[in-house]
Write a protein of this length. Structure first.
Length: 201
């Protein structure tokens, strides 16, 4: 993507209208304080919000568990320093218990004077053909096992045995592709499940 230059983040609104035509893609823009300014329909409806106006002013901590939100905020800090994040493989929760695979990219947004005024992000849902990639095959079996058994007493050893790989290989795959350990991922799944139960009650 070329350098994004706008006089204000609100000036990206026409671009978001076009993004409504792109299937399986979530898009958003945030200001320097990490508050959402814009989002396409697929993005805000994923969190039970009915309009861009309802999304505006919210932060990641309003939409995601604290540990996941903090990860997004840490990413944003790097983007706001000029870094571009391209096609990072992520699992993102939806309105149901199911987590789904996305490729996420983020870019800084510049003013005409060259100052960074915010960030723009897109998460693209992986289609079936893309799930044949090495990244997907490395993680699909252990992720699926964790999703099915997170409510029970679950050990890293049990996951490795169920997937017919060694503990060290399992640890390497998680650190390489997700930047976290299997235990950290299990805790994230459990926290997200607890958050959903609180919202539903």
């Amino acid at each position: 993507m070329t350098k994004l230059v706008f006089t204000a983040l609100e000036g990206m609104n026409a671009s978001f209208d076009v993004l409504e035509l792109v299937p399986d893609t979530h898009a958003w823009a945030k200001d320097l304080q990490g508050q959402f300014v814009l989002g396409n329909r697929l993005f805000y409806e994923r969190f039970g919000i009915s309009s861009t106006q309802g999304l505006a002013g919210k932060t990641d901590f309003d939409l995601a568990p604290a540990d996941m939100a903090q990860k997004y905020v840490d990413d944003d800090k790097q983007v706001l320093q000029g870094r571009v994040i391209t096609d990072r493989l992520e699992l993102i929760g939806g309105p149901t218990e199911q987590v789904e695979w996305f490729l996420t990219s983020k870019w800084p947004v510049y003013s005409p004077a060259g100052d960074i005024i915010g960030s723009f992000g897109m998460s693209r849902h992986l289609n079936r053909s893309e799930r044949r990639t090495v990244l997907f095959h490395d993680l699909n079996a252990p992720i699926s096992y964790i999703t099915e058994h997170f409510a029970s007493k679950l050990s890293v050893d049990a996951i490795a045995r169920a997937c017919n790989i060694s503990i060290s290989a399992l640890e390497r795959r998680f650190r390489k592709h997700l930047g976290k350990t299997p235990r950290q991922y299990i805790n994230e799944v459990r926290l997200d499940h607890a958050r959903r139960l609180l919202v539903e009650t």
